[in-house]
Design a protein. Structure first.
Length: 364
């Protein structure tokens, strides 16, 4: 009988230890560069599911970036007792904050990945989905730092890949029943910095999706918006006025608003007055209102062969004559835009910008 009691006590202690581990908050690594994603304690494996830490919030921005139709689970964690402040009308996250974005594809079998709309899961069932990578942005004392982790085939761990990686993917479109084979590229750390540094060449990295305007989203009445959750957790003051950006997926918005919202998120981090593509003179971050700055009747400056022998960035009423759409429709490395973050063509984005140009008044 004594042995039974001892065994029960031992098992109870083990269970308590497991529960304590599962509820452990994420860990901030200021100097170290952990080789394993699990060292950050951002997720737990629970009954064949990847579950974000309860200390984090799961969010989805108004305008997600396109990445070869991959689904994304995004989390934000701010260390206990710390609070973000507001600098230049934008969120300034405290040191120790960690943003994560896990890329995955739903699958219909052990090998077949499927192209379907992202439903915004709060956790990932590993029997029904294939993990690809998890990217972290970590707020350190001297600024933001990027980490890229690639998941193993067993979906038990993701490992740091400083130089990036690539995976061969076969994606089944359930609507057309067609399968597309392509190479999915995990960016290296320099490429991460290239997109997340919007002031070149000497600017600092910063988030693109975890901004005021992108986090103030419409959600169901029983779920608080990401900004409301931040206020509830004490990560933000409730005295702020939260601006909201238009969403390109909001079909109740005007075509002009949707198109500009799409271009701002997909292109504006480079195509802004101080960005990596400033020499092109094409400004797509909504900071300019002049049509020519957005490419209307604007000759190419630095497009090279990517112009496709076309004369202007945008020709009102003529999508087929517009360089902007030509580059969006291309999957050739020396032509396509954006030049990083995709191998496939974003058909829905192409359709939106094509309709926007087709309905644009005027002529060149």
């Amino acid at each position: 009988m004594t042995n039974i009691y001892l065994r029960c006590a031992f098992l109870s202690a083990c269970l308590l230890l497991l529960v304590a581990c599962s509820e452990s908050p994420p860990v901030f690594h200021d100097i170290e560069r952990p080789l394993r994603l699990s060292d950050w304690q951002l997720f737990a494996m629970d009954a064949n599911e990847l579950v974000p830490s309860e200390s984090s919030i799961v969010f989805r921005p108004n305008n997600p970036l396109f990445t070869d139709y991959a689904h994304k689970l995004r989390t934000l964690w701010v260390p206990q007792s710390l609070q973000a402040d507001i600098v230049n009308d934008e969120i300034n996250y405290p040191v120790g904050s960690v943003l994560s974005k896990t890329f995955y594809y739903p699958r219909s079998s052990s090998t077949t990945l499927i192209k379907v709309a992202d439903s915004g899961l709060q956790k990932i069932n590993l029997s029904e989905n294939q993990l690809i990578e998890t990217r972290l942005l970590v707020r350190k004392v001297d600024g933001w730092d990027a980490f890229g982790y690639v998941w193993n085939d067993e979906q038990t761990e993701a490992f740091l890949r400083v130089a990036g990686a690539s995976k061969q993917v076969s994606l089944l479109d359930q609507d057309s029943t067609q399968t597309t084979d392509f190479t999915y590229f995990v960016p290296n750390e320099n490429q991460c910095a290239g997109c997340h540094t919007t002031v070149h060449p000497d600017g600092d990295m910063h988030p693109l999706g975890a901004l005021f305007s992108q986090l103030n989203v419409d959600v169901s009445t029983d779920i608080a918006s990401p900004l409301e959750q931040m206020v509830q957790r004490g990560w933000l003051s409730d005295e702020q006025v939260f601006p909201r950006s238009k969403s390109w997926q909001d079909h109740s918005a005007s075509l002009d608003d949707r198109a500009l919202a799409y271009l701002n998120m997909q292109c504006g981090h480079c195509h802004n007055p101080e960005g990596a593509a400033d020499t092109s003179g094409l400004i797509l971050d909504n900071s300019q209102t002049l049509a020519i700055n957005r490419g209307v009747c604007k000759p190419p400056v630095a497009a090279g062969g990517g112009a496709g022998d076309l004369r202007y960035g945008i020709v009102p009423g003529q999508p087929e004559e517009s360089i902007l759409l030509y580059r969006m429709r291309s999957d050739k490395p020396d032509e396509m835009m954006p030049e990083l973050g995709r191998s496939l063509i974003h058909s829905e984005g192409v359709d939106l910008i094509s309709r926007w140009i087709a309905e644009m008044p005027g002529a060149c």
